[in-house]
Design a protein around this ligand. Structure first.
Ligand code: UT7
Length: 326
């Protein structure tokens, strides 16, 4: 059977770092509160001239170089993002042009923090069906551009970043062993950016009411996240005919260390089975999992033959799981 295989990875974060002590000077918060409630210490923040495609380009070039693939060989570019360069057209098209990937079709997909695994599932289906062979999948978000920097409830939680992966067909046992996606639109208002679409177009009134900023009901999302991430881990493993003993490392969405710890506890796994980098980057939304995958590969935590269990939740609400063998 042909499987979709992750042949290479790349990542990019902006140079500028804002740590918790810097945030103490901006809003009414403390390093202690942020560390204890989220596990975060630093986050990378873009300057005003940098957009999603700029970070996506750096991450993509790294993944292409590592995989020994020329941009012209790509036949599909998928970008998971909710903070693309423009409302439209797709950031994937901007990226296609910047890379010179003239032979690739390109589109964005919107599943918030679950976007990367949603994209993985799409890439898996394309490759397994034989429709496309060389796919660039990027998760990129710059949510620091849409948070209210006077609101301590949200501005401390996010960072900017991009993670890229190249997927190709592979006849061996390695590859994407399974993906599982879910959504519940009845809770869409718990995590959203209300203004800027066709429901609430941009207007002076909407901006006065701060509807152009990211809105988050943290407590509700927290409970939902722990529940669906735990269940998704069980479900996607079952779908693959595997158990937790068959995976080396869990790579979860990095939204809050307490969410990850609660999932670990419910799964009965020690924290050293989880890859965690939330202290360095905070929540980079669609980029957390591809960045974590890149770092886990670079650090030798995920080597050839190792299986990783990916799991995420996000706005929509959405959730997603995947099992990948390197
Ligand atoms: O990836 C998807 C997007 N991310 C999420 O959805 C995140 C999910 N939720 C969470 O991670 C957590 O709910 C938060 C980190 C957002 C909040 O943690 P919490 O333990 O749920 O805190 P809380 O919202 O219950 O707030 C506790 C207190 C409140 O004060 P009062 O009302 O009890 O007096 C907040 O005003 O902490 C206060 N607070 C802060 N204090 C200092 C909220 N943010 C801060 C802050 N610094 N930055």
């Amino acid at each position: 059977m042909v499987r979709a295989h992750i042949v290479s990875t790349g990542m990019a974060v902006p140079e500028k770092i804002i740590n918790n002590f810097d945030l103490e000077k901006i809003v009414d918060t403390t390093d202690q509160w942020i560390r204890e409630r989220t596990g975060m210490f630093e986050r990378h923040v873009t300057d005003k001239d940098t957009a999603a495609s700029d970070l996506a380009l750096l991450a993509s070039r790294q993944a292409l170089e590592m995989g020994g693939i020329e941009p012209r060989e790509l036949d599909a570019i998928l970008v998971a993002t909710i903070s693309g360069d423009y409302a439209w057209p797709a950031t994937a098209c901007i990226l296609q042009h910047k890379l010179g990937a003239k032979n690739a079709m390109a589109f964005d997909l919107s599943a918030a923090c679950s976007g990367y695994i949603y994209g993985l599932s799409v890439a898996q289906a394309y490759i397994e069906s034989g429709l496309y062979k060389n796919i660039l999948l990027v998760g990129v978000d710059l949510l620091t551009k849409v948070v209210d920097w006077t609101d301590r409830n949200t501005c401390v939680l996010f960072g900017d970043g991009a993670g890229a992966t190249i997927l190709q067909p592979n006849g061996s046992a390695a590859g994407i062993l399974g993906t599982l996606l879910g959504a519940d639109g009845s809770t869409a208002d718990l995590l959203c950016q209300p203004c800027g679409g066709s429901r609430v177009p941009i207007s002076e009134e909407a901006i006065r009411e701060k509807k152009h900023f990211l809105y988050l009901n943290g407590r509700e999302i927290f409970k939902h996240a722990v529940r669906v991430m735990t269940q998704t881990c069980h479900d996607v493993l079952k779908q693959c005919g595997l158990t937790l003993d068959d995976v080396k490392t869990v790579v979860p969405h990095q939204a809050n260390i307490r969410i990850i710890e609660a999932v670990a506890q419910r799964l009965g796994l020690p924290m050293d089975r989880f890859f965690v980098n939330v202290e360095k980057y905070a929540n980079t939304s669609a980029a957390t999992i591809p960045i974590a995958l890149h770092e886990a590969r670079e650090q030798g935590i995920l080597q050839s033959g190792d299986r990783a269990l990916l799991v995420s939740f996000g706005g929509g609400l959405t959730w997603a799981g995947g099992v990948v063998q390197f």
